[in-house]
Write a new protein. Sequence first.
Length: 334
Amino acid sequence: MDNSGVIQEFINYLKFEKHFSNHTAKCYGADLEQFVSYITQHSADEQNGALEPSHPWETGGTATATQTDVQVHLDELLLAVDVNAVRRFMAELAGHQYSKSTTARKLATLRSFYKFLVKRNYLSSNPVTTIKTPKQEKKLPKFLEYEQVMRLLNTPPANTWLGSRDRAILEVLYSTGMRVSELVGLNMDDVDFLSEVIHVRGKGKKERLCPIGTSALQSIQTYIEFRNRRMASDSAFDSKVLFANKHGKRLSTRSVRRKMDKYLIEAGLDPSISPHTLRHSFATHMLNNGADLRSVQELLGHQSLSTTQIYTHVTTTRMNEEYQKAHPMEQSVN
């Protein structure tokens, strides 16, 4: 955000020191921008009480305040925030029917931001520390049955360069469990056909090797043959990128989502399913087939084991459902 010096400093810290992706840093910035808008309005309401604003930056644009004036004012407001201001902001979000998960995320953003300000000696204490995160509703991740996954993977045509690319994309997502952001960042030399692994650059620039199945490797090989022929006739084609769009440039995460939406409809599957569902499906199927939790954690690139443990709830729930189907009389007796 351009209008606050300390926020921009925080965003730079996330991007260049914590190595957060531009998308993640942008989300933090959006949350802080909303908070700044709230405390600015709250401050104006307290100070004014009249039609005329008391500061030039509170006008509609005809004032003479410089960009520096605005930054200094916003920084002062942010540094003057106390626990009651944060609580009022949380109440404001609740009044606008924000979900508990969204509210919790915005609170986490503020907690991280003010922790940063304390670390940089802008403040002596964090005003968010004593505010408890709203209790979350436990939602189990949605996943596809194996037969549904196979139906989806076989939907893209394998006899065209874009169709073979899309099939390879879906195969890789399911075979490795990688994130879509990781997939679109893949380069040609990240695929090791001999060792049957893919070099993945994950969150925070952490790298890992993901084993990949034979079927997915074959799909990649088929796509590469089409890709190379296409590249030979297009001098602007990016030779480094693995999954390219029709213009020969790196594919975007949004494009992957659009393609998947198309194939979900063609396959007769729920169109609300996202590419991330293939990641959930991968993890769930791995655990169902006897993989240990720590291995799945490493394959997914989770920093904390607790993040991976959600899939044990999925498999336990599924086992209970299957048990009840197999023993309906026990349920009726109880």
